[in-house]
Write a protein of this length. Structure first.
Length: 429
């Protein structure tokens, strides 16, 4: 079978699709995969030649202006980021994106798409008759069991308001991206106006396969049969090297051996404006807790290496599979990849959500009794200290270890591949 895997965005979008490409190739399928410019080399190191989308997610999420917008927690700056995205996608670069995606899906039997490329994929499927399947690392289907984390930052109990949050997000998305959707239809020579992508998913019965652990996302009772939850999207160990994480620095190993298990702080997905100040805050919190800190960072300005009287080790990246089991708890932004890796390691966590699905994963970690959550703009020394006090308890650790064993037994990548094969066979029967 010829399978086109369309993904774009951050590492959280690319990593599960790369694992899926590896699984499909192992099964003998012909695989075409996309990647944005900043992840194309990772895909190449994994043994695939990507169709490179002329876009770099760092442009919109990691620039100083973007970090100020995301760290503010205000709506208007985030809207500006969305409008900048629309400007790119509706312009000349958008035409090149269309050409790349068209090349990737040419002659494919099945188009498997992430959320950001799904509107394009549905238009393509409507034109050519190619089957389209959404494979997602977070919930997108509307439900009355929790609100849309793309619209709100806090969990609330009203079922009516939860459903309303999805309507609000779908409307806002439709308005913001209408220009892009119209341009896509023009490029495909399709008549008429575009439909709201979320309404189209429901009307056309597009299957949504969620690569999420049912521990974190028990399938809501009001989801249709076409939406499934298949398990944690674990990265195969052989692909760690593609991300530069196959080796563990001997200096890190020696530091870990020096004392008690540290608290791991993953800052790579947070809009840090003051790198040194962030490390100072972590050092102050850990001093009060009597803990050491392992800190992963991305970008310039951080005091990398061992510092703060050897209580902090600041570095770029490492092999989660080997190092996380040597930690006692984790503080992270709540991306799907981090959340699943941390839970699989049996560790409690503090989730400091920045945007989108990160809030959902924070809600779930708190609801499961294995940590705490709060939005990034609320980050202070006192708030982080109190959250870690609630997280570093024997009860949270035991519960996280119990759930970690369940998640470790899952293979969401294999189950997602099974689902795609099954759906393709049903469609062709």
């Amino acid at each position: 079978m010829r399978i086109a895997l369309l993904t774009a965005g951050t590492r959280g979008d690319h990593q599960p699709y790369l694992a899926l490409a590896d699984e499909f190739a192992t099964r003998g399928h012909q695989v075409a995969i996309t990647a944005t410019e900043n992840y194309a080399e990772v895909v190449r190191r994994s043994g695939f030649e990507p169709h490179v989308i002329p876009f770099n997610s760092a442009e919109l999420l990691e620039s100083p202006a973007a970090k100020r917008a995301l760290s503010s927690g205000k709506t208007l700056p985030f809207v500006r980021i969305m409008l900048d995205t629309v400007k790119i996608m509706a312009g000349e670069r958008g035409e090149r994106m269309h050409e790349v995606l068209t090349e990737a899906v040419d002659s494919a039997d099945v188009i498997v798409s992430c959320a950001s490329t799904l509107p394009w994929a549905m238009e393509r499927g409507g034109k050519t008759g190619q089957q389209v399947i959404g494979v997602l690392p977070y919930p997108l289907e509307r439900t009355g069991e929790f609100p849309s984390s793309f619209m709100v930052k806090k969990m609330f109990s009203s079922r009516r308001l939860r459903l309303a949050s999805y309507s609000g997000f779908e409307f806002a998305y439709g308005v913001a991206y209408r220009r892009v959707d119209r341009r896509v239809r023009e490029l495909m020579d399709l008549p008429g106006r575009p439909r709201n992508p979320f309404r189209r998913i429901r009307q056309d019965g597009i299957p949504l396969v969620h690569m999420v652990s049912p521990v974190l996302l028990p399938k809501p009772a009001d989801w249709p049969d076409r939406s499934t939850v298949v398990g944690a999207p674990i990265l195969p160990p052989r692909l760690r090297g593609a991300w530069g994480e196959a080796e563990v620095d001997p200096t890190l190993t020696a530091w870990l051996d020096e004392g008690e298990a540290p608290v791991y702080f993953c800052l790579t997905g947070m809009p840090i404006l003051d790198p040194v100040g962030a490390c100072d805050l972590i050092a102050a919190v850990c001093r009060r807790l009597g803990a050491r800190a392992l800190v992963a960072v991305k970008g310039e300005g951080y005091p990398r290496g061992i510092g703060y009287d050897r209580s902090l080790f600041v570095l770029d990246s490492f092999d989660y599979d080997r190092v996380l089991p040597r930690c006692r708890a984790v503080v992270h932004h709540g991306g799907s990849g981090n959340t699943h890796d941390v839970l699989r390691a049996g560790l409690p966590a503090v989730v400091i959500g920045v945007h989108s699905d990160q809030f959902f994963y924070g809600w779930r970690i708190a609801a499961l009794g294995i940590g705490a959550d709060f939005p990034y703009p609320a980050l202070t020394e006192e708030r982080l200290h109190d959250a870690l006090v609630r997280t570093l308890t024997p009860e949270a650790r035991d519960r996280a270890a119990e759930l970690g064993r369940a998640v470790s037994a899952e293979n969401g990548v294999r189950a997602a591949a099974d689902a795609v094969e099954r759906l393709a066979a049903t469609a062709s029967a």
